[in-house]
Design a protein. Structure first.
Length: 117
C-alpha cells in the first residue's frame, strides 16, 4: 500500500487549503484514513480521522475549521482547512490504518502547510 499526499502550500492567516491523499494497492475494506501533523520540534499529533463506515473524529484545535471527507471508491481522503492560523503550520501526514486480524499502519510522505501571519 502506498499513500500519495498533495495540496500543501503557503497561505495567509484566515485562508484555506485542501489536502488530498490517495491510497493505492491492496487495501483491507475496514479501515481508517486520516491526517496527522508535526510542527518543528514537536511530536506528531492527530488532526482528523475518517472511518470507512463514515465516522469522523477531530482534534479540538481544528474543530469547526477543518473538515475531513473520503471517497471510498477512490481510496482517497481529503482535508478541507479553513480559517487557517499560524499555529496550523506543520508537515501534514496522511495515514491509513487497516483493521482486522493483521492490523497495519501506513504513512504518506508528508506535505508542508505554512500559514503566515
Amino acid at each position: 500500500v502506498q499513500l500519495q499526499a498533495s495540496g500543501g502550500g503557503l497561505v495567509q492567516a484566515g485562508g484555506s487549503l485542501r489536502l488530498s491523499c490517495a491510497a493505492s494497492g491492496s487495501i483491507f475494506s475496514i479501515n481508517r484514513m486520516g491526517w496527522y501533523r508535526q510542527a518543528p520540534g514537536k511530536q506528531r499529533d492527530l488532526v482528523a480521522l475518517a472511518g470507512s463506515g463514515g465516522n469522523t473524529n477531530y482534534a479540538d484545535s481544528v474543530k469547526g475549521r477543518f473538515t475531513i471527507s473520503r471517497d471510498n471508491a477512490k481510496n482517497t481522503v481529503y482535508l478541507q482547512m479553513t480559517s487557517l492560523k499560524p499555529d496550523d503550520t506543520a508537515v501534514y501526514y496522511c495515514n491509513l490504518y487497516e483493521f482486522g486480524l493483521r492490523p497495519r499502519d501506513y504513512w504518506g510522505q508528508g506535505t508542508q502547510v505554512t500559514v503566515s501571519s
